[in-house]
Design a protein around this ligand. Structure first.
Ligand SMILES: [Zn+2]
Length: 86
C-alpha cells in the first residue's frame, strides 16, 4: 500500500495511511505533499476513531461497574433480610 499523494512512503494499512495523511507522525512518517483539506479530513477521522475507542472502553468499564454494583446490592439486600429475621 502506497500513499497516493507523495507515492514514496510504504504504508501497511488504512490506520497508518490515516495517520500519515493527518500528519500525526504516529507510527508512520508524515505526508509532505498532502493537501491541507485532506489533512484536516484525515485528522478528523483519526480523532473520531480515537473518540470511538474511548467511548467503547468507557462503556465496557461502565458495564463492569454496574454489574459490581448489582453484586454489592444483592449482598446488602441479603444482609438486610438476615438482620430482619433475627
Ligand atoms: Zn504521503
Amino acid at each position: 500500500m502506497k500513499c497516493k499523494y507523495c507515492e514514496k512512503v510504504k504504508i501497511s494499512g488504512m490506520y497508518q495511511l490515516k495517520h500519515h495523511l493527518a500528519r500525526t507522525s504516529k507510527n508512520v512518517g508524515a505526508c509532505i505533499t498532502v493537501l491541507e483539506n485532506v489533512k484536516k479530513l484525515m485528522l478528523d477521522m483519526v480523532y473520531m476513531l480515537q473518540q470511538n475507542l474511548i467511548k467503547k472502553s468507557i462503556s465496557k468499564e461502565g458495564l463492569w461497574d454496574s454489574s459490581m454494583d448489582d453484586l454489592e446490592n444483592a449482598k446488602r439486600r441479603l444482609r438486610r433480610e438476615e438482620s430482619e429475621e433475627s
